[in-house]
Design a protein around this ligand. Structure first.
Ligand SMILES: NC(=O)c1ccc[n+]([C@@H]2O[C@H](COP(=O)([O-])OP(=O)(O)OC[C@H]3O[C@@H](n4cnc5c(N)ncnc54)[C@H](O)[C@@H]3O)[C@@H](O)[C@H]2O)c1
Ligand SMILES: N[C@@H](CCC(=O)N[C@@H](CSCO)C(=O)NCC(=O)O)C(=O)O
Ligand SMILES: [Zn+2]
Ligand SMILES: [Zn+2]
Length: 379
């Protein structure tokens, strides 16, 4: 029986309150309105940003909500005026939209899109500023415009990347966030050149994708910095050439790196979300040209600081969202690169669980033993 135009009742993991386990329960998902797409989510991974918001650290975090933003699925139905995707298409929902019309999209200077950001930041859809999710009549907010911890979700059509149906959805779901972020931070934001020295702070999925990107860009030295030494062996496989554990040194870690690299690295990347490490990452850069890219997401109220002299003397401080990739155009290209074995994806998947086991997946994420856990939602 067709579900087109009807409310769908399905399972979703609802975050009713910050710092509480998710409840996997029935929710109602409204049909897509004009410019919207309803997607059957087949697979979703967990990213540390989901955990950050669940912990109550996100200034935009709203409850109750359905978290999740690293996923893949199949279009169930489309709303009025949607022509770029149709039922049956394989897609990756993107938390960063690409309308191709707004000031941001047209600028050529950024991958950020301004069209629907005011709605996605407050958990609603752009069309009527309302949510498409509810549970027994109670509204549940969207998250990051994606809300993939659900068997069905509704997203804006400008946030949907149509991908090659040959690609396995249980793998390419990872191309919704962490891997593109790390690769793109190197290729699009820093633009690392052959022969560069690079330091990576934090060797989780994002840091390892930075290492993979830096290796592909021809970096000479790729220094991995982590307080967990169990990360080091695995990191070698992604391109890290040497390791520093800040706990093994009395000096500030930036001094250790500056001494080890004849004045500092050409590029550094903060992949943790720790503002004090962000300072170290900037200050380990070479005078005159070293560039540091902030990727990690810091908690509400946190601020970065350094001596302005660090910037006066030529270091550059940058940040990146989704690695600077324009979502709808960039994600299908990354899927093709994966199919041609030009980028790793499978190697980042350390665990597979079901949607009903989502709280165990969060525990794994916090254990430090998990890169990405893929939840099999409906396959
Ligand atoms: N900007 C973006 O677009 C974007 C996209 C995805 C993720 N993120 C953010 O990137 C960050 C990293 O994500 P992840 O999934 O790789 O996280 P992760 O938790 O898997 O990895 C973090 C790593 O940092 C290490 N670490 C923690 N404290 C440290 C310290 N003081 N010094 C050195 N190492 C330390 C941990 O041992 C771990 O290996 C998170 O803040 C996440 O929210 C940002
Ligand atoms: N909502 C937070 C910031 C969270 C944040 O910085 N999100 C990153 C993506 S993290 C993905 O795992 C991002 O891309 N931000 C840009 C955007 O949201 O448009 C806050 O308000 O501080
Ligand atoms: Zn993420
Ligand atoms: Zn736009």
């Amino acid at each position: 029986m067709s579900t087109i135009g009807k409310v769908i009742t399905c399972k979703a993991a609802v975050a009713w309150e910050a710092q509480k386990p998710l409840i996997v329960q029935d929710v109602q998902v409204d049909p897509p309105q004009a410019g919207e797409v309803r997607i059957k989510i087949t697979h979703t991974a967990l990213c540390h940003t989901d955990s950050y918001t669940l912990d109550g650290k996100d200034p935009e975090g709203l409850f109750p909500c359905i978290l999740g933003h690293e996923a893949a699925g199949i279009v169930e139905s489309v709303g009025e005026g949607v022509t770029e995707v149709q039922a049956g298409d394989h897609v990756i929902p993107c938390y960063q939209a690409e309308c191709k019309e707004c000031k941001f999209c047209k600028s050529g200077k950024t991958n950020l899109c301004g069209k629907i950001r005011s709605a996605t930041g407050v958990g609603v859809m752009f069309n009527d500023r309302k949510s498409r999710f509810s549970a027994n009549g109670k509204t549940i907010y969207h998250f990051m415009g994606t809300s993939t911890f659900s068997e069905y979700t509704v997203v804006h059509a400008i946030s949907v990347a149509k991908v090659n149906p040959e690609a396995p959805l249980d793998k390419i779901c990872l191309l919704g966030c962490g891997i593109p972020t790390g690769l793109g931070a190197v290729w699009n934001t820093a633009k690392v050149e052959k022969g560069s020295n690079v330091a990576i702070f934090g060797l989780g999925t994002v840091g390892l994708a930075v290492a993979e990107g830096a290796k592909a860009a021809g970096a000479s030295r790729i220094i991995g910095v982590d307080i967990d030494p169990t990360k080091f062996n695995q990191a070698k496989e992604f391109g890290v050439t040497e390791f520093i554990n800040p706990k093994d040194h009395k000096k500030p870690i930036q001094e250790v790196i500056v001494e080890a690299t004849d004045g500092g690295v050409d590029y550094s990347f903060e992949c943790i979300g720790n503002v004090s490490v962000m300072r170290s990452a900037l200050e380990c850069c070479h005078k005159g040209w070293g560039t540091s890219v902030i990727i990690g997401v810091a908690a509400s109220g946190q601020e970065i600081s350094t001596r302005p002299f660090q910037l006066v003397t030529g270091r550059v401080w940058k940040g990146t969202a989704f690695g600077g990739f324009k979502s709808r155009s960039g994600v299908p290209e990354l899927v093709e690169k994966y199919l041609k074995k030009e980028i790793k994806v499978d190697e980042y998947i350390t665990h597979n669980l079901k949607l009903s086991e989502i709280n165990d997946a969060f525990d794994l994420l916090h254990s430090g033993k998990c890169l990405r856990c893929v939840l099999h939602v409906s396959d």
